[in-house]
Design a protein around this ligand. Structure first.
Ligand SMILES: Nc1nc(O)c(N)c(N[C@@H]2O[C@H](COP(=O)(O)O)[C@@H](O)[C@H]2O)n1
Ligand code: ZN
Length: 401
């Protein structure tokens, strides 16, 4: 980015956003048959990376909307930048157009997600781009939202604007994997994160788990929490670990802290109800102890009954609440149940090069009822990297057909 002047404070001066550019357009349904994926050149790729950087400024704050960044380039110079700050506020393209002003005419706009073409909480960006007279639109990925789904690109092309789609598509898809999953499957993306020793234990036989991993790995978990809408644990984890489940980062998003507990056998003084940086929701069943419910509510905890309390029911509820990604930081029994019910799609396993042994030491995933290796769930798209002195393995569970 060094050779290109950038706008210091994207979105800073767009508080007088107006809808003057909005015209009613018919939402396009289905993919544009002329849509051709093209991998852009090096410059396109650098601009798309900048879009992703901008998009990440709203990490954890946009659900149910995606993270999107936009950059407008005129004569090789960046003249406007923007990102989508949260649902209900203008889209990234609108902030970038506002920043560019008249310089948007005949310019190229880079945007990490296809411009929208519908009236949602905000008017269609396709029309704003047409009205601003941009000459070219470079898109990272097609929007899977059926209200857009290629219609934005088709509308721009119909207006004579050159469109290139699919630049750095993989990175754009990855940034919004939660949003994409939400749109496609009507559930938030479920991510199971655990930290285990080289011999597969998440704690000693006595239940001691602080700490399996090194500080770098724990920092990474904090960043992960900041990017998720909710983090789920069971009552056992609250009793044994007394976790905070926050992102521990100044200015970063904190997820909703969710405790699943049928019995409501929970400590009175847990950190979760004694800290206010993040809201806490306790999910239980209708006939659970009313006195504990009352006590929790008095401490500012939201208590909800979902009967029967199952991982899928919880994910269905969190979908309705507008969430895109949910982090499961629970123990093995709940993790096994969440996997069995299809509430988890992605695994993040931190592996510390330590051995603790112990026949009764807990493992990250409890009984799945498998008796043969042929039943093992083979992870897909597996990658790994070193985090401090630990290793992080990432992969995706196969979708049940
Ligand atoms: N291209 C693009 N840029 C943004 O900044 C966006 N937020 C989106 N979002 C798409 O539009 C839908 C939300 O519309 P409203 O904010 O309700 O108007 C969202 O589901 C995406 O499809 N797109
Ligand atoms: Zn839009």
């Amino acid at each position: 980015m060094d050779n290109f002047p950038v706008v210091d404070q994207p979105n800073a001066f767009v508080d007088d956003y107006s809808e003057e550019n909005a015209l009613l357009v018919k939402s396009a349904v289905g993919l544009d048959s002329h849509l051709q994926k093209m991998v852009g050149n090096d410059f396109d790729s650098r601009m798309m990376q900048r879009c992703l950087e901008l998009a990440k400024r709203a990490t954890g704050r946009t659900s149910p909307n995606p993270l999107v960044g936009a950059v407008i380039v005129k004569d090789g110079e960046i003249v406007g930048e923007g990102f989508h700050p949260r649902a209900g506020e203008p889209h990234a393209e609108v902030f970038a157009l506002k920043a560019a002003g008249d310089r948007a005419r005949a310019a190229t706009i880079y945007v990490s997600l296809e411009p929208c073409n519908h009236y949602g909480r905000t008017p269609p960006c396709s029309e704003a781009l047409i009205a601003a007279g941009v000459a070219k639109v470079v898109v990272g990925m097609v929007d899977p939202n059926p209200l857009v789904a290629g219609g934005g690109i088709a509308r721009l092309r119909a207006a004579g604007i050159e469109v290139v789609a699919g630049v750095d598509e993989e990175a754009c898809q990855k940034l919004n994997e939660g949003f994409v999953h939400r749109i496609l499957y009507k559930r938030p993306l479920g991510i199971l994160k655990y930290a285990m020793t080289l011999d597969g234990k998440i704690a000693t036989s006595a239940g001691h788990s602080a700490w399996v991993t090194n500080r770098d790995a724990r920092n990474e978990v904090h960043q992960l929490r900041a990017a998720c809408d909710a983090v789920i644990v069971g009552g056992n984890t609250v009793r044994q670990d007394n976790p905070y489940l926050t992102s521990h980062q100044e200015g970063a998003n904190n997820p909703l802290r969710v405790v699943m507990s049928r019995s409501l056998r929970l400590p009175e003084n847990a950190h979760l109800w004694q800290t206010t940086e993040a809201p806490t929701l306790v999910l239980t069943e209708v006939d659970a102890n009313p006195d504990v419910k009352e006590l929790l509510r008095k401490q500012g905890v939201e208590v909800l009954e979902l009967t029967p309390l199952t991982p899928d029911k919880v994910m269905a509820y969190l979908y309705e609440r507008g969430f895109c990604s949910v982090l499961w930081e629970c123990g093995g029994i709940l993790a096994a149940s969440a996997i069995a019910q299809g509430a988890i799609q992605k695994i993040l396993a931190f592996i510390a090069p330590k051995i603790i042994g112990g026949n009764n030491a807990p493992t990250p995933v409890g009984d799945l009822g498998f008796t043969t290796m042929t039943e093992a769930l083979p992870l897909e798209r597996v990658s790994w990297r070193v985090v401090g002195s630990d290793c992080l393995v990432e992969g995706y569970l196969p979708r049940k057909s």
